[in-house]
Design a protein around this ligand. Structure first.
Ligand SMILES: CSC[C@H]1O[C@@H](n2cnc3c(O)ncnc32)[C@H](O)[C@@H]1O
Ligand SMILES: [Zn+2]
Length: 433
């Protein structure tokens, strides 16, 4: 008998993008992989763990392609502000006080929220990344991690940040049973002078890693980029060589047709963060146009201080709704497309080719939602329900890399009580420092 085998029986499974997007049947997981999914009952040996899937909807784990996990400590601290004053007056002064322990507890709080809400992979750009990696290892979640660098500082400090980013990537890429991968991440073109940004591009070449940055989030940022460098942000980053690397940009709210064409040509991914963009009054990204141009569009929450939660079901729903409202076209982002953005396109945009889809051979990263609830009945179209009706609270079970990490809504890998207590204590201590 194989070391670790589970068979899900009589479940409903979401396979967006396929001819049969809602499949009734069975799924087999062996060690870290899905080995079978189909209508026919597989033969299996006595003693294999079976899960009754009859009241559950199984779907790929959700993939959060942009965030700053430790910022959960600043949830509710600085609402109703635009990006620049929010960063300069509220976030950066508080973040300057963060220690490694603060980042650990803030990240633990976010990972707990994400796991319980059905997110199985998250991207994180922050400081003290060894502590983020520690939470990732302990919790069982999958993560794409990077030391984000703001270059508004003397050159020796810039170089120190770059060195930390490189060292982190060297130490952690491929670790935690392969659940951690790394990228390199200058924070944004408006916080990283060109020479500093180009050093990151060179490092990404040297380490053969993809790159990630914030870009074209606000109209002000685009105007400032033109004033400072004579170029809009896309042409500016193209000139700095970023797109010679596999790249993902966060936001991309203010893009013109030509910029969309450039991103498509270089196969640059865009992490669409509708909740954060709405809350910071940044605008609404041109997602239907990006998708039509063939750009990989995925979904992210950004940090919990600008969202103000990490519920990827909410981002999916927002992505499916707001573009209908803006365009007047009810087919602007249909439900299957929104689900793909949160799963398969998410995986592609962070350069993971083995998650984001329920299929034999893929890593067993999947979730089960309880569909026996009033807001998820009748079972007319379960894919529609997953996008338009479900929320993080409906998540019953979560498996990552074949290991169950949430069971009946309880996290099996983290100490929930301790994290709740430490998060509150940490916030209170930050206010006093
Ligand atoms: C260098 S660590 C990451 C850095 O990013 C800041 N941040 C959080 N949300 C946003 C956003 O929407 N746009 C730009 N920068 C953001 C965060 O406060 C950290 O300082
Ligand atoms: Zn961000």
């Amino acid at each position: 008998m194989s070391r670790n085998k589970t068979v899900i029986e009589n479940g409903r499974f979401l396979v967006p993008g396929s001819v049969q997007p809602v499949l009734s049947g069975y799924m087999t997981i062996e060690n870290d992989l899905i080995t079978y999914i189909g209508e026919d009952k597989p033969a299996f040996e006595e003693g294999v763990l079976t899960v009754d899937g009859s009241r559950l909807l199984f779907m790929p784990g959700l993939i959060n392609t942009h965030g700053h996990a430790a910022m959960s400590l600043l949830r509710g601290y600085g609402d109703d502000m635009v990006l620049q004053s929010w960063l300069q007056e509220k976030m950066w002064p508080m973040e300057a006080k963060f220690t490694g322990d603060d980042v650990y507890w803030g990240t633990a709080l976010s990972v707990l929220e994400m796991l319980k809400g059905g997110t199985t992979t998250f991207l994180d750009m922050y400081d003290h990344m060894d502590r983020v990696a520690e939470v990732t290892e302990q919790s069982g979640i999958r993560a794409v991690l990077m030391r984000g660098a703001i270059g508004l500082c003397p050159e020796d400090v810039q170089n120190q940040k770059l060195a930390e980013a490189v060292e982190f990537a060297r130490n952690w890429h491929g670790k935690a049973d392969g659940r951690i991968t790394a990228m390199l991440s200058p924070h944004a073109p408006y916080t990283c002078p060109p020479e500093f940004f180009m050093k990151f591009v060179q490092a990404a070449h040297d380490l053969d890693l993809p790159m990630h940055t914030h870009m074209s989030e606000t109209r002000h940022e685009v105007e400032q980029n033109v004033a400072d460098y004579g170029l809009r942000p896309v042409a500016h980053l193209e000139k700095l060589g970023m797109f010679t690397r596999p790249s993902l940009i966060a936001h991309g709210v203010h893009l013109n047709d030509e910029e969309i064409e450039i991103l498509a040509r270089y196969k640059v991914g865009v992490s669409h963060n509708p909740g954060s963009n709405l809350k910071l009054a940044s605008g609404v990204a041109r997602v239907p146009e990006l998708l039509r141009a063939g750009v990989k569009v995925s979904l992210g929450t950004d940090g919990a201080a600008s969202n103000n939660n990490l519920d990827m079901f909410e981002e999916m729903r927002l992505a499916a709704l707001i573009h209908k409202g803006v365009s007047g076209d009810p087919t602007a982002v249909p439900a299957p497309e929104a689900l793909l953005m949160a799963t398969e396109y998410g995986a592609a945009s962070i350069y993971l080719n083995n998650v984001g889809r329920l299929a034999a051979g893929m890593k067993a990263d999947f979730i089960a939602i309880d569909i026996d609830q009033p807001h998820l009945l009748p079972h007319s179209d379960l894919l529609s329900h997953a996008v338009y009706s479900a929320s993080a609270k409906d998540v019953e079970h979560v498996w990552i890399n074949g290991r169950q990490v949430v069971k009946h809504g309880r996290c099996l890998t983290l100490d929930e009580e301790e994290i709740r207590r430490k998060a509150q204590e940490t916030f209170e201590s930050l206010l006093k420092r």
